[in-house]
Ligand binder design. Structure first.
Ligand SMILES: [Mn+2]
Length: 397
């Protein structure tokens, strides 16, 4: 292929369409305008209107990627389904059979891509044909029904961003073996295709620097300390939790950047039925109460003899979230210059003059940090601390 330089594959159903539009736009902005981008968009039956929505959004960008929709058969029906019954997570495994290109980069549709992906084309890949970033969020799968357990010392990849050398994958049979794993040992494949792929690779992959796929749901990922790297455009942020930027009001910088892109290329994205009915948004409004609610559930489960590690974890995660919202100063120079610079970059890449936006985004969520929320959260913390002191006092009596 002479005119096309960067070949990308994504997979999405209607539910993630908004995310796909944001992710693809960010890829376009991350590479020079001389780099032509071809996108293979795997789907399980997007309507003509939905496909047109993607084309329209991409046409708003100068040198917008050429998108080819590829419908994949319902061959994954027997595999464990993802949340909401989606099996599109398996679609990446059929890529070697359907594509004639050599190097392909698979990208999840929940990533803000800032780092130039064409750099990945110049890297070597081992004979298995796969490269990726080590998983940092989900604990490594525990083998449930495997005859030979995997070696825990070997790297375990996150499947959200994969560089693929298709001829190598075909000749090593990497993805064919992963399909076999899913068929034969479904119980071990808790993380779907990611588990299967990792069992097959057993660490024999090109391990990329973390910056290529920073998994933002990690407890140690600090969304505010990340600002300088966002300014440098030196990392890709993978929104790995349910709190996707387009489904929630998460006010952190990367999430905000994602929504700014959507505002520019797909102004009616908030009307998407899956965005409008997002459960995550209402849960997020209760953020101030979440740490206590989860802790209450954790203790009640502990008292009834069914302790749950996850409730404590969730309680801690929401506390961390609330602290970060309090720390975030949207009026700070750091934040403002990030937003202004990003808006300028977006504007420079828009085709129509009429669409050019001001740096002051119409995102109403970003101003929430100064709402009543911090007060409720502080009061709850006081309440909890007093309760704990009273309990301790009572024990000493
Ligand atoms: Mn993902």
């Amino acid at each position: 292929m002479s005119s096309t330089d960067l070949q990308i594959a994504v997979a999405s159903d209607s539910r993630y369409l908004t995310g796909a539009i944001g992710t693809l736009s960010s890829i376009r902005l991350s590479v020079s305008r001389e780099t032509a981008i071809k996108v293979f968009f795997l789907h399980d039956g997007l309507t003509a209107t939905e496909q047109q929505r993607v084309h329209t959004a991409m046409a708003k960008l100068k040198c917008g990627p050429e998108v080819e929709f590829v419908k994949v058969d319902d061959m994954f029906a027997s595999f464990p389904s993802f949340r909401h019954g989606s099996t599109m997570t398996y679609a990446r495994l059929v890529l070697p059979d359907n594509m004639t290109v050599e190097r392909l980069i698979y990208v999840d549709v929940d990533i803000l891509v800032l780092k130039d992906l064409s750099e990945l084309l110049r890297m070597d890949v081992p004979e298995t044909g796969v490269g990726g970033v080590v998983e940092g969020f989900i604990a490594r799968d525990m083998p449930m029904d495997l005859p030979v357990p995997p070696d825990p010392q070997r790297p375990y990849l996150n499947a959200g961003l994969l560089m693929m050398d298709l001829p190598k994958i075909r000749s090593a049979g990497t993805f064919a073996k992963a399909f076999e794993m899913l068929h034969n040992f479904p119980k071990s494949c808790k993380q779907h295709d990611q588990s299967a792929l990792n069992y097959v690779l057993n660490g024999d992959a090109k391990v990329l620097d973390e910056e290529w796929n920073v998994q933002s749901g990690q407890m140690y990922f600090d969304p505010i300390d990340a600002i300088p790297k966002l300014v440098e455009r030196s990392l890709n942020v993978h929104f790995v939790t349910k709190a996707k930027p387009w489904l929630t009001g998460v006010p952190f910088p990367a999430e905000h950047m994602f929504r700014m892109l959507l505002d520019a290329v797909d102004p009616l994205w908030r009307e998407d039925p899956f965005v409008k009915t997002s459960m995550a948004r209402s849960v997020e409004r209760m953020a101030w109460a979440m740490p206590l609610l989860f802790k209450a559930r954790a203790w009640s489960r502990k008292l009834t003899g069914k302790p749950s590690f996850w409730d404590f974890y969730e309680s801690k995660r929401w506390s961390r979230y609330n602290e970060n919202v309090l720390r975030l100063d949207v009026r700070s120079d750091k934040f403002q210059s990030l937003v202004t610079g990003w808006q300028a970059q977006i504007n420079a890449n828009l085709t129509g003059k009429a669409d050019i936006l001001e740096a002051k985004s119409k995102d109403p969520l970003i101003h929430r940090a100064s709402s009543r929320f911090p007060i409720s959260w502080r009061w709850l913390q006081c309440f909890e601390r007093t309760g704990r002191l009273l309990c301790r006092g009572a024990q000493q009596l």
